[in-house]
Design a protein around this ligand. Structure first.
Ligand code: BGC
Length: 450
């Protein structure tokens, strides 16, 4: 071997060495990757308790969540309003013009929360109401939210306020939205205004709801405003959302040192269709990193808690992805990532996220009517997993069901119905759904039946 090696000229030797080095490096890289990828196949398991009643920690927050554009109605200065006017942008041509009139009915809606024994409410402030034109803040609108908070406090319901839940003012979008670096300044001016008006009454803040969903739907699939399919924009939007969160965190803490400030992340439990399928394992690893963790890692020093949204397990299948691409590219997302009911995934995510050493709130979890699983079972099964995660060390402090009322489900219109209450939109009457009662019982006893 050495003889043969010595007999070839210097140039060839160098080439050979480079090739060998590259091969060894890439082999080790891919083996490391696949070693790491197999981690994703290991299910984290908990012991099963034989206790009949599983108690939650004292002071645990039981809530429901909503978002301004989806429930309030009359948000004509939002980017969503213009988007709605585009032909085909919303299923069945539906509109949030009146939504479910939570803007006028907030007081009786808070009574509904009381009926459910809830002790917290997560809602969002509509930036486009507060600042309908650049630099012009509307004091009457901030008073509205102040009234909401006062009513909540009177009823013993802790407000959790989201500053941005997918809807931004039109003027902000016209100025380039989060693609533009000016967005950081604009967002922080809005936050400054809100916090100086409401800061004394609020101690739980979420800066931005689901940044990754916002990027994916607004700038990759174009299903949401600004309706772009612009991959080049993605890193800029991501960086500006990170900077906006950090600035907002600073603004809130300058005002109130003790406030708790977090972000709400749409997480999902991702698994490969084939346990040993290398490509699927790599895809899972990348999706988990980009979708679930990247943003959190970027803002870890400016986070008091992590808000987790959990709806389903996603199974990544390369076979279905190829089929979808060949037959119907439109169907690519739904076919390549099958979504299914998997409460155990919540336990795994909570344990995984607790390694960040932050408090956790489950800021959304919900199920649509007519899903394969009934709402009462869905809620109970997931809460049992939350119980075990707490027992195994996760610092989970609250749970917010998505959502209080059936409402405007973005580009899907009113068809998906996640609400604890049904809304008859002809007279805006709220009707408690039978399967929601279990949540009221859970919130009352601060426990779940095993
Ligand atoms: C969003 C909500 C949405 C819900 C149900 C969450 O990702 O924050 O605005 O309505 O999912 O689809």
């Amino acid at each position: 071997m050495r003889k043969a090696f010595n007999s070839i000229n210097k140039r060839k030797k160098e080439i050979l060495i480079v090739i060998c080095t590259i091969s060894i490096a890439s082999c080790s890289f891919f083996s490391l990757l696949s070693l790491h990828a197999t981690w994703y196949n290991k299910e984290l398991k908990h012991e099963i308790s034989d206790e009949k009643i599983l108690d939650f920690p004292e002071g645990f927050l039981w809530g429901a969540a909503t978002a301004s554009y989806q429930v309030e109605g009359g948000n004509y200065n939002s980017s969503w309003w213009d988007f709605e006017q585009l032909e085909g942008s919303i299923k069945n041509g539906e509109s949030a013009e009146y939504a479910v009139n939570h803007y006028d009915m907030y007081s009786s809606d808070i009574d509904l929360m009381k009926d459910l024994n809830l002790n917290s409410y997560r809602f969002s402030i509509e930036w486009s109401r507060i600042e309908p034109e650049k630099g012009e803040f509307d004091d009457t609108e901030i008073e509205h939210y102040s009234d909401v908070i006062q009513k909540l406090r009177k009823e013993g319901i802790e407000p959790m306020v989201t500053l941005l839940h997918h809807s931004v003012p039109k003027w902000f979008e016209d100025e380039g939205g989060f693609k533009s670096s000016r967005s950081v300044e604009y967002f922080s001016e809005y936050v400054q205004y809100v916090v100086s008006a409401l800061g004394e009454e609020v101690s739980l803040w979420i800066t931005i709801n689901e940044p990754m969903a916002y990027i994916t739907c607004g700038y990759i699939s174009g299903k949401w405003p600004p309706g772009q399919m612009d991959l080049k924009a993605v890193p800029f939007v991501f960086a500006n959302l990170v900077r906006s969160h950090k600035r907002a965190y600073g603004v809130i803490h300058t005002y109130d040192h003790d406030a708790e400030v977090g972000i709400a992340e749409h997480t999902s439990h991702v698994v490969p269709a084939g346990e040993k399928n290398f490509a699927e394992n790599i895809a899972v690893m990348v999706i988990d990193k980009v979708w679930n963790h990247h943003m959190i890692e970027e803002i870890l020093d400016e986070l008091d808690f992590i808000g987790i949204h959990y709806y389903y397990k996603q199974t990544i299948s390369t076979k279905l992805a190829f089929e979808a691409l060949n037959n119907d590219p439109e169907d690519f997302e739904s076919r390549s990532m099958e979504r299914s009911y998997y409460p155990q995934g919540l336990y795994e995510l909570l344990i995984e996220f607790s390694s960040y050493g932050k408090a956790i709130y489950i800021t959304e979890l919900g199920v649509q009517d007519y899903h394969q699983i009934e709402r009462d079972k869905f809620i109970k099964d997931h809460l049992i997993e939350v119980y075990y995660a707490i027992k195994d060390g996760a610092d989970v402090r609250g749970f917010y069901y998505w959502t209080l009322l059936d409402c405007f489900e973005w580009s899907e219109g009113y068809e998906p119905k996640f609400g604890l209450y049904e809304v008859d939109r002809s007279d805006m009457k709220r009707i408690l759904k039978e399967k929601s009662e279990v949540y009221a019982e859970i919130a009352k006893c601060n426990c779940v039946e095993n």
